[in-house]
Design a protein around this ligand. Structure first.
Ligand code: HMG
Ligand code: MG
Length: 324
């Protein structure tokens, strides 16, 4: 059969995909910071244990932010002491300033994540600083963290749009990203904080950034408010991005970004990647067990589609068995 624009050779539309990607789990941090109820520290540790048991190797477990701003994560020190260290697993946490870094260092944190916004209004609401002040702070924290032997990751929020200002110019995003990378972070996670991104926009943002920053330095942090996170992740994958932030069961949101719903669900991402032959090193069945634990601890049904499908199938099987 002759090839045409629509049929093409098999697999050619998406281009060559990476053989393997890293999933960076943010459920215990991005997820739990947004829950009204604060989970007891031992429950958080139980969830983290389940994520490790599923094969997750990079987990953002908490934040060393002001407990007045995020009371749900005020037990950061206790939690790190409880989860300890695990062979081959890196636990990281958000660190907003030198005070947070001091706490993180004392708690034995291996990897710090600095975070700033691409829009002035979100920056002010989230960390009470302008973008310029936030960049200076991120530089300061990064330098001090590197000096004490930590790895440093960076986030840029509101890349696809801001809940207060709407459109965010891509030129500003590129400019801030370059400055963050120059500060010494090993990876830059681009945040669709309120889940407004569409695939074409993702292509445009990545296209603009890739002219200045190697793809290996980029990660995508996609909230799934409007159901486009997986589609945007696929664009990233075909552009060669190999780190995707995701949250167990699709937990998540930013308390200082109204309308921010959950992140891309870890199970949905792993299902799609592995189904496309892209290895994640994560066991999907064990991940569902972790999702079930998250639901039980939080006390409501979570949004993750694969999780609900897997639990629904299991329930059907059990009721069939009970009838026979
Ligand atoms: P501030 O009130 O402007 O700071 O907050 P301050 O320096 O004036 O300090 C006020 C008080 O907080 C003082 O205590 C400080 O000691 C204390 P007081 O003297 O009044 O008793 N303090 C701290 N305590 C513990 N740990 C600290 C710390 N720093 C100050 N590290 C600040 C500024 C940055 C601290 C605050 O705004 C804050 O903590 N913000 C964090 C907000 C946050 O965590 N938001 C959610 C995470 S970001 C996100 O979700 C987006 C992301 O997922 C990506 C995406 O989706 O796009 C990453
Ligand atoms: Mg987030």
């Amino acid at each position: 059969m002759a090839e045409n624009a629509l049929s093409g050779p098999r697999g050619s539309f998406l281009g060559r995909l990476p053989d393997r990607v890293d999933v960076y789990e943010v459920g215990p941090r991005d997820g739990l910071q947004n829950e009204l109820r604060t989970l007891p520290t031992r429950d958080k540790a139980r969830l983290i244990d389940a994520l490790v048991a599923a094969g997750e190797k990079r987990i953002e477990v908490t934040s060393f932010v002001s407990p007045r701003w995020i009371p749900q994560l005020a037990d950061a020190e206790e939690l790190l002491a409880l989860v300890g260290r695990r062979e081959g697993v890196v636990f990281s946490a958000l660190v907003p300033n030198l005070k947070g870094l001091e706490r993180a260092r004392a708690a034995g944190l291996e990897e710090a994540a600095v975070f700033i916004s691409a829009s002035e209004a979100h920056s002010k609401k989230n960390i009470n600083k302008s973008i310029a002040e936030a960049l200076a702070g991120a530089r300061e924290v990064t330098a001090a963290a590197l000096q004490s032997g930590m790895r440093v990751r960076g986030y840029l929020s509101t890349v696809w749009g801001c809940p207060y200002e709407g459109h965010v110019p891509v030129e500003r995003v590129v400019d801030i990203c370059r400055q963050l990378v120059d500060a010494g972070i090993y990876q830059l996670s681009l945040g669709d904080t309120i889940g407004v991104g569409t695939p074409r926009q993702t292509e445009e943002i990545l296209g603009a950034l890739l002219a200045h920053i190697p793809v290996g330095k980029l990660a995508l942090h996609l909230h799934d408010t409007r159901g486009t996170a997986l589609a945007n992740a696929l664009v990233g994958l075909s552009a060669g991005v190999t780190t995707f932030d995701a949250s167990i069961g699709g937990l998540g949101g930013c308390p200082y970004a109204p309308g921010a719903a959950g992140n891309l669900a870890t199970e949905d991402a792993v299902f799609m990647f592995q189904g496309m032959g892209v290895d994640t090193g994560i066991d999907l069945d064990r991940l569902v067990e972790a999702g079930e634990i998250a639901q039980e601890l939080i006390g409501r049904k979570l949004a993750g589609k694969y999780l609900q499908a897997a639990l629904g199938e299991r329930e059907k099987k059990a009721s069939r068995r009970a009838r026979t």
